[in-house]
Design a protein around this ligand. Structure first.
Ligand code: ZN
Length: 165
C-alpha cells in the first residue's frame, strides 16, 4: 500500500489540497471505483478499487488523481456542480462535463509524470478522449511548473522505483 500512500501525497502536494479517505462508510459506489463527496475533501474508496490495487495499479492511480482533482475543484470553486450528472444517470453526459474532462486530463498528466509513459487510451475506457487531450494541453504548462518543486521531484523519483511496468 505504500506506493498508493506516496502517490496520494504527491498529488496532494501538486494541488495543495489535503484529502480525507474513507473506506468504512456505506455508499452506492459498488460499480464505480471511488468518489469525491460533493463540496468536501472526502474521498470514498470502494472495495472494487482495493481489488484493483494489485492487478491494475495504473487504473488506481488514475482514479485517485481524478478524485483528488475533484476536491481541488470544490475548494477552488472551479466548476458548478449544480446540474451534475452521475455516470449511472447519463454516461455520455457525465463524461463530457467540464469538471470530468478536467479531472481526467489532470490524472493523465500525473500518470505521465510518475510512469514516464503516455497513458494509453484503453487504460481507462473512455470516449471523451479527444476533449481530455485538449484539456491536457491547456493544463500542461502550469502542471510542469508545479512539478519543478524539489519535494515533488523527490516523491516522483521514489514512485518511479515502484512503477517499472
Ligand atoms: Zn469525476
Amino acid at each position: 500500500m505504500k506506493r498508493f500512500n506516496l502517490f496520494v501525497k504527491l498529488v496532494e502536494m501538486i494541488l495543495d489540497v489535503d484529502c480525507e479517505f474513507r473506506d468504512d462508510v456505506h455508499h452506492d459506489l459498488d460499480d464505480v471505483l471511488a468518489g469525491a463527496v460533493l463540496g468536501t475533501n472526502i474521498i470514498l474508496l470502494s472495495e472494487n478499487l482495493k481489488k484493483n490495487m494489485a492487478d491494475n495499479p495504473l487504473l488506481v492511480y488514475l482514479v485517485l488523481a481524478h478524485e483528488i482533482r475533484h476536491t481541488w475543484q470544490f475548494a477552488n470553486q472551479s466548476y458548478s456542480f449544480e446540474n451534475y450528472y452521475t455516470g449511472k444517470e447519463a454516461p455520455e453526459k457525465y463524461e463530457m462535463q467540464e469538471c470530468e474532462i478536467d479531472a481526467n486530463a489532470f490524472a493523465y498528466l500525473v500518470l505521465q509524470l510518475v510512469t514516464g509513459k503516455t497513458p494509453k487510451h484503453n487504460t481507462w475506457k473512455i470516449f471523451s478522449y479527444d476533449s481530455i487531450m485538449l484539456r491536457v494541453r491547456e493544463l500542461e504548462f502550469a502542471f510542469r511548473l508545479r512539478c519543478k518543486n524539489r519535494d515533488v521531484r523527490k516523491l516522483v523519483s521514489i514512485l518511479k522505483q515502484y512503477n517499472k511496468f
